[in-house]
Write a protein that binds this ligand. Structure first.
Ligand SMILES: Cc1cc2nc3c(=O)[nH]c(=O)nc-3n(C[C@H](O)[C@H](O)[C@H](O)COP(=O)(O)OP(=O)(O)OC[C@H]3O[C@@H](n4cnc5c(N)ncnc54)[C@H](O)[C@@H]3O)c2cc1C
Length: 393
């Protein structure tokens, strides 16, 4: 059986436990977001998740992503579902209207991603990083970078990655060795290898926006020497350089004031070397990425990249919490369905000699299934309460 969107349970937590509609209505940004609108959005989200994303779980696991000479192909149906997802406006649900978003409360996005993760964790890894990338570019990107990338990332037309981990640098990002060399036109050339990069390469979107931690030549050692860069898979029109006539020294704050021309079809020097096996997520391309003097622009200030990157990492952490709740719900749905079909032994109420009872009728099993549901509901209260409103609306 496929995952079914548990809308009644979710609405019980939102409406009867957290009283979310009343709390949201009291906020000026959401004065028009009443209970009917919340229900309408969740109903539509539930339909998309149940009808379009959940049925792809099996093919995602059995076929998985494939790698061929630097190209990554996602499982059959993944690309079509993703295109339908962003074109329906789902990634932009909680983004600001001026960035192409719908300006709806972030708690609705939390519910959406909990359901998506339960329905198909592998597929959901790709859009799961979008909101964090959006917030990071919005809060720390230059006006030129925002003009080129913010709306594309807000709407999900282009997916984004978070390039932190290196073969020798996992928990300890202070060891990151990837280098960024400043160029006369205000851009940078980024060189180094990143591993475990979720969605590093794929066919879901034309362009991929990589946010990369790297070190400037004069950087101090350790985490305070890291700067953050944006390196797209497809370079803006005009290629690597804005041209000698526009050459000028890089200002503090990276690319601020430097034109970032419109996107073209020129491939940046960002290469996927292979896809990795990671925690059974076959539908999610986890990539080893090589940056080979890739053209990039700085996000935020020199040596303060980790702080900017934390905007994205913290959004990703909240999404990992939602993944946990989604997977717990998916496991409960399977266990509950099995307990209602499998007959074993006799329940206490049964008469001697009668047929075996359903597992769901045994008190010990009911206790286990109810405990599992209590964990799910408790997790929802915590997660929805943690992400009630938007930082950008
Ligand atoms: C599902 C998934 C998706 C990911 N996606 C991305 C991605 O998109 N981009 C990206 O850059 N990375 C990604 N990663 C990589 C992730 O960021 C790293 O796995 C993480 O930072 C930990 O690094 P590591 O695996 O090298 O573990 P290590 O740093 O080698 O740690 C191994 C273990 O030792 C423990 N440990 C380490 N140091 C200490 C210490 N000082 N004290 C006590 N215990 C310690 C850790 O807690 C851990 O349990 C992903 C990982 C997973 C699981």
């Amino acid at each position: 059986m496929h995952y079914q969107a548990p809308l009644a349970d979710i609405q019980f937590i939102l409406n009867d436990v957290l009283h979310a509609p009343a709390q949201l209505l009291a906020l000026p940004s959401f004065a028009e977001v009443d209970a009917d609108l919340v229900q309408q959005v969740l109903d539509e989200a539930g339909k998309f998740v149940t009808n379009q994303v959940a049925p792809l779980q099996e093919v995602g696991d059995s076929v998985g992503c494939t790698f061929d000479a630097g190209t990554v192909t996602t499982p059959p149906g993944f690309k079509e579902a993703y295109q339908a997802f962003w074109q329906a406006g789902w990634p932009a649900l909680a983004c600001a209207p001026q960035d192409g978003g719908q300006g709806l409360p972030a708690v609705l996005e939390a519910v959406l991603f909990e359901m998506l993760s339960g329905a198909n964790h592998g597929w959901t890894m790709a859009p799961g990083l979008l909101h964090g990338a959006y917030e990071c570019i919005k809060h720390h990107g230059s006006e030129a970078l925002k003009a080129e990338y913010l709306e594309k990332v807000a709407t999900g037309e282009w997916l984004a990655t978070m390039c932190l981990t290196e073969p020798h640098a996992g928990s300890d990002l202070g060891l990151v060795r990837t280098k960024a060399q400043p160029q006369a036109d205000g851009s940078y050339r980024v060189s180094g290898t990143k591993i475990f990069i979720s969605g590093g390469e794929h066919d879901l979107t034309d362009n991929i926006v990589h946010l990369v931690l790297a070190r400037l030549p004069d950087a101090p050692a350790g985490p305070k020497g890291l700067s953050l860069f944006l390196a797209p898979k497809l370079l803006p029109e005009g290629g690597r350089s804005a041209g000698p006539s526009q050459a000028r020294p890089a200002p503090p704050g990276g690319s601020e004031g430097h034109a970032v021309p419109s996107v073209g079809a020129i491939r940046n020097a960002v290469h996927c070397e292979r896809i990795e096996e990671k925690m059974g997520l076959h539908g999610s391309p986890t990539c080893v990425m090589r940056f080979d003097e890739a053209t990039a622009w700085m996000i935020g200030e020199p040596h303060r990249g980790l702080g900017a990157m934390f905007v994205m990492m913290n959004a990703a952490r909240l999404h990992v919490g939602l993944q946990g709740i989604g997977l717990l719900e998916a496991a409960w749905q399977k266990a509950d369905a099995y307990s209602k079909e499998r007959r074993q032994m006799r329940a206490p109420k049964a008469k001697m000699g009668s047929a075996p009872d359903l597992i769901s009728e045994h008190p010990a099993m009911r206790r286990i299934l109810s405990t599992q549901r209590a964990w799910i509901d408790g997790g929802r209260v915590l997660a929805y309460r943690t992400r009630p409103s938007n930082s950008t609306c």
